[in-house]
Design a protein around this ligand. Structure first.
Ligand code: PEP
Ligand code: MN
Length: 266
């Protein structure tokens, strides 16, 4: 994909109906057994294109679970061997990039805290030069559309062809309905700037509560997003990170099948 100004022809292309891209899996890799259990269920449902799991976790404050690190890369390799699903993980440093590429991770995503830092995104872009890998960029934590676009341009300028933007909402201070405010106008602005760029929605990080995930997911589909990234855990309430917002594989399946009439199904 080339990041370029809107043209009539490319705008028409984005209107064509494509199957939504689905990235699903736990917030964090916790053990090999946990990954294989969740992956087995997602693979059986045949709705997941990429299996996600965070190995290096950017926690706001120290002392929380910060991910299993490099060991998790072998577990993701095993998920791929046993289920055939492609894999995705977050990278925040050049070392993460080199390690993830070494282990054949198919999709690297840049998290919201990293997209907010042009030095960090440029270093990651330099490390990615020449790699044949899909790269997803979450929006920055702060509602600054140009910062998001700038990060996408840095990755594109490094020669990466397969780029996807992920809308995960924006931080705000004080008590709010959602963990991160959707501010739908921002991803829609981005879509206008780069019409060929697929944008998917991460309703898990916007909602912050599993009860609100289906509502946000449906809204993004209605607004024409190109897919979803959803956190799925076999025992969500026991998850070591983001326990309140992850869906069980069964709830995920019902959401994908369009069977949520209301959130009491969760
Ligand atoms: C995640 O996907 O688990 C994550 C940490 O996301 P974000 O960068 O959107 O906070
Ligand atoms: Mn998470």
């Amino acid at each position: 994909m080339e990041v370029q100004a809107a043209s009539k022809k490319s705008r028409k292309k984005t209107v064509e109906k494509r199957r939504p891209l689905i990235i699903a899996g736990p917030c964090s890799a916790e053990s090999e057994d946990q990954l294989l259990q969740i992956a087995g269920k997602l693979a059986a449902g045949k709705r997941t294109d990429f299996f996600r799991a965070g190995i290096w976790k950017p926690r706001t404050r120290p002392g929380n679970f910060e991910g299993v690190g490099n060991t998790g890369l072998r577990w993701l390799q095993r998920v791929k061997e046993e289920t055939g699903m492609r894999t995705a993980t977050e990278v925040a440093t050049t070392t993460h990039v080199y390690e993830a590429l070494k282990y054949g991770i198919d999709c690297l995503w840049i998290g919201a805290r990293t997209t907010a830092n042009p030095f960090a995104t440029q270093e990651i872009a330099n490390a990615l030069r020449g790699a044949d890998v899909m790269v997803c960029l979450k929006n920055p934590v702060n509602p600054d559309p140009a910062l998001w676009l700038g990060a996408i341009e840095r990755i594109s300028d490094a020669g990466i062809q397969k780029i996807i933007a992920i809308h995960r909402g924006f931080s705000s201070y004080g008590k709010t309905r959602y963990r991160n405010m959707p501010q739908w106008a921002i991803p829609l602005w981005l879509k206008k700037q780069v019409p060929g760029l697929p944008i998917i929605c991460d309703p898990s990080h916007i909602a912050g509560k599993r009860e609100l995930v289906p509502h946000i997911a449906r809204r993004s589909v209605f607004l024409g997003f190109d897919g979803l990234m959803i956190e799925v855990h076999h025992e969500p309430s026991k998850a070591l990170s983001d326990a309140g917002q992850q869906l069980t594989p069964e709830a995920f399946e019902r959401l994908m099948a369009g069977k949520f009439r209301n959130s009491s199904y969760l």
